[in-house]
Design a protein around this ligand. Structure first.
Ligand code: FES
Length: 173
């Protein structure tokens, strides 16, 4: 992280702490906000958060590493999580996972070289009767087929168009 980015991160965490609070109950919301914006929670970010909340960095690191959604490694702009639990497994998860890997050129647990997509496994997300289910960031997709994978990825890629804004949402019809 460059010095200017570090300075900016410090200011942003300070603003988040003003808005969300400066105690332990604010830790996860602040971690989520920083992760959402920077797609990573590196050692510096964890230290800054620890400083602003007055919590030991080891504790901040423990929380960040405990929750899969906060994984400290760098993730793509779109994190695709495919359910691997039994109902989705029996409803075609394997075909969907192969399609995702083929279309993105990566395997589960990896991020594309351009930093746009990360593929991860997820456990049951409560959509067992509508499997296979996957998440793209916070958005749930159900009854996903290999054909639908293509549509989902194309919608994500459109976000990276020349005039696309960072906050633009992906909409699949
Ligand atoms: S088994 Fe996949 S959502 Fe429940």
């Amino acid at each position: 992280m460059l010095m200017t980015e570090r300075h900016r991160l410090g200011q942003e965490v300070d603003a988040l702490a003003d808005r969300l609070g400066r105690d332990r109950t604010s830790l996860i919301p602040i971690l989520l906000e920083v992760k959402r914006k920077y797609h990573t929670l590196d050692a510096f970010a964890l230290q800054v958060i620890a400083d602003h909340l007055g919590i030991h960095p080891v504790e901040v690191n423990s929380v960040a590493s405990f929750y899969a959604f906060l994984g400290s490694g760098r993730q793509g702009r779109f994190v695709i999580r495919l359910c691997r639990t039994i109902s989705c497994d029996m409803q075609g998860k394997r075909r969907v996972s192969r399609q995702l890997e083929n279309d993105l050129g990566i395997t589960f647990g990896q991020t594309t070289a351009d930093g746009k997509f990360t593929l991860e496994w997820a456990n049951c997300m409560g959509m067992c009767d509508q499997g296979p289910a996957l998440l793209v960031n916070d958005q749930v997709y159900t009854r996903v087929t290999p054909e639908k994978v293509h549509e989902i990825l194309e919608a994500c890629r459109r976000v990276f168009g020349v005039h696309a804004k960072e906050s633009k949402e992906v909409v699949i019809r």
